[in-house]
Design a protein around this ligand. Structure first.
Ligand code: ADP
Ligand code: ZN
Ligand code: ZN
Length: 726
């Protein structure tokens, strides 16, 4: 008998083990196939996936069950097993989590193709079927083979029974076709540019030698052109390529360029696809109909047969680290996948992560540089405005005097302006001036944001309510709003420049499916003078007529309690500034700040990546922060705060006792998370910092599970390695 080891799609899989089942006599199964098996005491039929097939009988044959249904399709191959294993061991994920990464969303719910019954002409009508009533139908179908289904003809006025008769007697033929759900919009050709010397060098280096590369190219240096050329060469050699972008830079512009260059050979895989569209695109890849994919993080796991090139654009972005299980890092996984195939990984950015530059310095990866803009343009002129001095001079508005002057000038010259503020809403918090009451979300531990429609909104759980006229605590009428969001900026701009055409781009204005695209086209076609936005506008946008960029509050990200706060601030300023002066007209950037001496702000002003890097890497080394250590974050959540605190204290003492033998790991906490309550779930964490290897992490995971195993059901635990936020 043959036996199969399966990953069962059932909650019990939180236990994370494989189950052995017998393969029915005369049947075969292979790795990657979907099956159904009787599971648990009730023997309910549950979906499962084959991970191993063996002839060797398990030690304990008692109670062995058999697979009940075998589906023909297979979803992954033997070659994928190391990947599943790696996701499991590196990120402390379960088998099921890891397998799900390889499957299109929707498949687990049994999704299949949408099929349609297309009509084709088979033979001319004869005898009584030569009658015009039949002839007209036959002619119509003959002229449009495969374009109609039955319902179309009926809608056109043909008789349903005549159509049925023609099908029945074989004059018309029906063929079932898989219908692809993806919109096949075509794009104008995007012709290749003649590469400049730096671009040429980068392309040659990557083409000549497999390995991992860091492409450091300033904003506007033509990185995209390098990507396109590398992909073209890889395609020419018959191999597959994946291009990863942070979701926010999957702009219409990027899509236009890639579609315009590669046409049908490419699939665009992003979060706005429906489950059906994802399913179909996944199958197009699996069938080898497309050779190139561009998409967010999860596109890395599309089932290409011969993946040899992965490009990760804006490699410094945190979106490459998943915050949902499995909590993988796409950069690490891409490297893992390609190393085993002698492939090429290109990580690109204008502001590379500290980690990648350090790796390049250590010689682990190869650095390539594009130090100049590809077009005639030079980098924009940068100016820092000290907002404390503005206050002293009596200016209490959002806009400093230099920014006002620059905006007036740009508008007069009919040039475009981008204003950046990484906060949506109108005011960021509301409080009572009599008693100090602050409006907070009843379910989450954050203050509510005031929106212009007179509502208070929780940016964590989305709950909304109207702002009351009096204070809920003391009934006073002195309710005041503080802080500035993009809505307030919009209002202030409309007051200051009533004749200017203004647009705001943030999560509130881009909810509708095509809103982003429409705004993008409007701005590109000069139907707008001032674009106000959150980090949505910080990258990917290449508009020729933008000459002024205003960064309204450069310090916002500096104050986060995160060792990366400085790095993020530097990156954000540089990226936003990079939107200015991309055409022939020179650009100017005004950075408003209350801490103008901060190194991240000064270095960004000076376009000084190297200087920033040197200071920052030293700081990390001194404080032993990543990349000089790893951080393992254990978050406990519960509806009941006392239960939570009691358990996390127990866990804390168990961990400290266990970790005594590891003198290179320190334990921090337990303490409430930055947002200590979300949707009524209280959240506390323990952080381990230091030299944490895979085995240590596994041991810690097991210890956490055994310690909390007997605790109350309501308690949830999540473990993350080098998380995005702490
Ligand atoms: P990045 O991605 O590095 O910010 P892009 O790839 O968007 O830069 O290129 C910036 C601009 O320069 C684009 O308008 C692009 O068409 C143009 N460009 C890139 N490479 C060349 C080249 N070799 N010759 C002429 N123009 C180029
Ligand atoms: Zn009050
Ligand atoms: Zn909330």
């Amino acid at each position: 008998m043959t036996y199969a080891q399966l990953v069962v799609n059932h909650e019990a899989q939180a236990m994370d083990r494989l189950f052995t089942y017998g393969v029915p006599e005369g049947k075969t199964v292979a790795v990657g196939q979907r099956v159904k098996v009787p599971f648990g005491q009730g023997n309910r039929r549950v979906d499962a996936f084959v991970l191993q097939v063996t002839e060797e009988a398990p030690q304990d044959l008692k109670g062995l069950k058999e697979i009940s249904t075998i589906f023909p399709e297979s979803y992954f191959e033997k070659e994928h097993l190391p990947l599943i294993e790696a996701v499991r061991s590196r990120y402390l994920a379960t088998y099921l989590d890891a397998v799900k990464l390889l499957l299109p969303k929707g498949l687990l719910q049994g999704m299949t193709y949408k099929t349609s019954e297309k009509l084709y002409f088979a033979r001319p009508g004869e005898g009584k079927y030569a009658d015009p009533r039949y002839q007209s139908i036959l002619q119509e179908v003959k002229a449009h083979p495969g374009e109609y289904i039955k319902a179309d003809l009926v809608r056109m006025g043909f008789s349903q029974s005549s159509v049925n008769t023609l099908i029945k007697h074989g004059f018309l033929e029906i063929l079932s076709e898989n219908q692809y759900r993806v919109n096949r919009q075509s794009y104008p050709d995007y012709a290749p540019r003649v590469l400049n010397a730096a671009q040429e060098r980068a392309v040659k280096a990557v083409t000549d030698t497999p390995g991992t590369y860091l492409l450091h190219g300033i904003t506007g240096s033509g990185k995209t052109e390098v990507f396109l050329e590398l992909i073209r060469r890889n395609l020419e050699a018959g191999h597959d390529s994946i291009m990863l972008v942070p979701e926010i830079s999957l702009t219409p512009q990027m899509i236009e360029r890639f579609k315009g260059r590669f046409g049908k050979d490419i699939t665009i895989f992003h979060s706005r696809l429906s489950d059906g569209e994802r399913h179909d695109e996944w199958h197009r890849v699996r069938q080898g109909r497309v050779k190139i994919a561009i998409g967010a993080r999860s596109a890395l796991f599309l089932p290409f047969q011969d993946l040899r090139l992965v490009i990760i654009d804006e490699e410094h972005e945190s979106t490459y680290k998943s915050e949902m299980s499995p909590k993988y890092n796409a950069k690490e996984m891409a490297e893992f996948m390609l190393e085993r195939k002698d492939g090429r990984l290109v990580m690109a950015s204008a502001t590379p992560s500290i980690e990648s530059t350090l790796r390049a310095e250590r010689g682990e990866i190869t650095k390539l540089e594009l130090p100049e803009r590809a077009t005639a343009g030079v980098l924009p002129e940068m100016e820092i405005v000290d907002m404390r001095a503005e206050l002293m001079a009596g200016n209490r508005t959002i806009f400093s005097r230099p920014l006002m002057a620059a905006m007036t000038e740009a508008l007069a010259k009919e040039e475009q302006i981008i204003l950046f503020l990484n906060r949506r809403g109108f005011s960021t918090f509301v409080s009572c001036r009599s008693c100090g009451f602050v409006f907070k979300c009843p379910q989450c531990d954050i203050s509510l944001t005031y929106h212009r429609d007179n509502s208070l909104m929780c940016h964590q759980c989305g709950q909304r309510k109207y702002l009351p006229k009096t204070c809920p605590s003391c009934s006073s009428k002195y309710i005041k709003q503080f802080g500035t969001g993009t809505e307030k900026v919009e209002e202030a701009i409309r007051q200051a420049f009533p004749q200017a055409r203004v647009m705001r781009m943030d999560r509130d204005t881009t909810r509708q499916k095509d809103a982003y695209e429409t705004m993008y086209q409007d701005f590109k076609n000069n139907r707008c003078d001032i674009l106000i936005g959150t980090q949505m506008i910080s990258k990917g946008l290449d508009f020729k007529d933008v000459t002024l960029v205003g960064i309204l509050a450069a310090d916002l990200s500096l104050n986060l309690p995160d060792y990366r706060a400085s790095e993020k601030t530097f990156q954000l300023i540089t990226q936003v500034a990079g939107r200015a002066g991309r055409g022939d007209k020179p650009g100017k950037v005004i950075i408003q700040s209350y801490s103008p001496e901060e190194k991240a702000i000064v270095a960004a002003k000076d376009h000084d990546y190297a200087g920033f890097y040197r200071q920052e890497v030293e700081m990390r080394r001194m404080l032993q922060n990543p990349p000089f250590s790893k951080i393992l974050q254990i978050i406990l959540t519960s509806l009941q705060e006392e239960v939570l605190i009691k358990n996390i204290q127990i866990l804390d003492s168990v961990l400290r006792k266990y970790l005594i033998k590891y003198d290179k790991i320190i334990v921090l906490g337990p303490s409430p998370c930055l947002i200590s309550k979300i949707k009524n779930q209280h959240r506390w964490q323990i952080l381990l910092k230091g030299d944490i290897g895979e085995e240590t992490a596994q041991a810690v995971k097991e210890l956490v599970q055994s310690t909390l195993g007997k605790a109350q059901k309501d308690l949830k635990v999540s473990i993350d390695i080098n998380p995005n936020s702490m």
